[in-house]
Design a protein around this ligand. Structure first.
Ligand code: ADP
Length: 371
């Protein structure tokens, strides 16, 4: 059992830098929670405060009902896996994995049993006598994972563990960590700047920016119901398209005007947009919801192709109107040329709307929810 509560936690570094600002997060027992956000958003600092590697300036970190603010890292029953592996170069893989248990005075038999079991899980049994320098990046990262597993900790903390690996290996290790989580049924907190890792790994994602939490929820909840423009643009690749539109209210209801085209919002959205009549707002539409209309009967957006990115399974099509550029996911069978005129039909039920000043979602996105 390991539930982690982060209550009003703040970190102020010397020089009055507020790195983390009154953050509240609940990590349930056995949950895989990902902290994600751009560089400098405070995600590592938050993780390091949970680990005890960074003093907490305000608030409380509570692990299984115990406030751990003043408990030293070694007594928190937590294991951390870092980006740079932090292996001892003069020790073999076996010794690296055994070291933490040795200093905690585990018996030789117990150490042997735990190291062999972890090595088996991670498929590194045949490297146990090698030194880290004789291993590939992926193998080193497995040893770093093994060193955490043998401790049988209450909580695993990961700080960008895959950032040093090449793209292919990253995808493989990502899957291995997910499998490991299922197998160990342990509470895990994982920090990354990569939204794909967050989406694919997390039961719950915490999106941060400038030391503040932007939104917490399951990957699909955040994808479908972003609370603000930042989350909308950060989660999803290729990113959501944003268009600034002038709102007018005519005899037939709300109309959204781009300058070179007009859109009519879905009926279920229109009532929320009425108060914007006479003002502007930002509409967000994901590339898969901006349908390429080859023979459009009712073309809504006319644009000129600017870039064609064929990816095999699909094409990422970039096209410009006078005022905007859009990206759309298009089937691989289409033949598209730069400069060609195309039409798009946005799925208006899937459009999201943001206030231009506060950048908050105009349509209520519902309460924070877990998986
Ligand atoms: P992230 O992990 O999201 O990239 P960090 O948690 O490392 O961000 O840093 C958050 C903010 O705190 C950044 O603005 C960073 O410059 C600042 N910061 C981090 N460590 C220190 C430190 N030791 N002293 C002063 N400022 C720091």
């Amino acid at each position: 059992m390991a539930k982690v509560l982060i209550k009003d936690v703040t970190k102020i570094y010397e020089g009055n830098v507020t790195a983390v600002n009154k953050v509240n997060i609940v990590v349930e027992d056995k949950e895989f929670v990902v902290f994600v956000g751009p560089s400098g958003c405070g995600k590592s600092t938050t993780l390091r405060m949970i680990a005890g590697l960074e003093e907490i300036s305000g608030g409380e970190v509570i692990i299984d009902d115990v406030v751990v603010n003043d408990i030293p890292p070694k007594d928190r029953n937590i294991a951390m896996v870092f980006q740079n592996y932090a292996l001892y170069p003069h020790m073999t893989v076996y010794e690296n994995m055994a070291f933490g248990l040795k200093i905690r005075k585990f018996s030789k038999t117990e150490i042997e049993q735990r190291v062999r079991e972890a090595a088996r899980i991670l498929d590194i049994e045949s490297y146990l006598n090698r030194k880290p320098k004789a291993l590939s990046g992926g193998q080193r990262q497995r040893v770093a994972l093994g060193r955490a597993i043998v401790r049988n900790p209450k909580v695993f903390l990961f700080d960008e563990p895959l950032s040093n690996l090449d793209a292919k290996l990253r995808v493989q290790m990502r899957a291995e960590i997910i499998e490991l989580h299922n197998r160990l049924q342990a509470t895990m907190i994982y920090v990354t700047h990569d939204q794909v890792e967050a989406m694919t790994m997390g039961d719950k994602i915490v999106v941060m920016k400038d030391g503040l939490i932007q939104q917490i929820g399951s990957p699909l909840h955040l994808y479908n119901n972003p609370a603000n423009r930042f989350v909308a643009g950060f989660i999803g690749s290729p990113p959501m398209n944003f268009i600034n539109l002038q709102v007018t209210k005519g005899p037939k209801g709300i109309v959204l005007d781009e300058g070179s085209f007009q859109l009519v919002p879905a009926p279920e959205h229109a009532k929320y947009l009425e108060s914007y009549a006479g003002k502007s707002l930002t509409m967000g539409i994901r590339p898969e919801d901006l349908h390429y209309a080859e023979q459009a009967t009712a073309p809504r957006i006319k644009a000129k192709v600017s870039v064609v990115e064929p990816l095999g399974a699909e094409i990422h099509l970039w096209a410009r109107t006078q005022n905007n550029q859009f990206i759309s996911r298009v089937g691989p069978q289409h033949i598209l040329r730069i400069g060609q005129e195309v039409s798009f039909e946005p799925v208006m039920e899937q459009a999201r709307y943001f206030d231009m000043e506060t950048e908050l979602s105009i349509i209520p996105v519902g309460q924070v929810e877990a998986k």
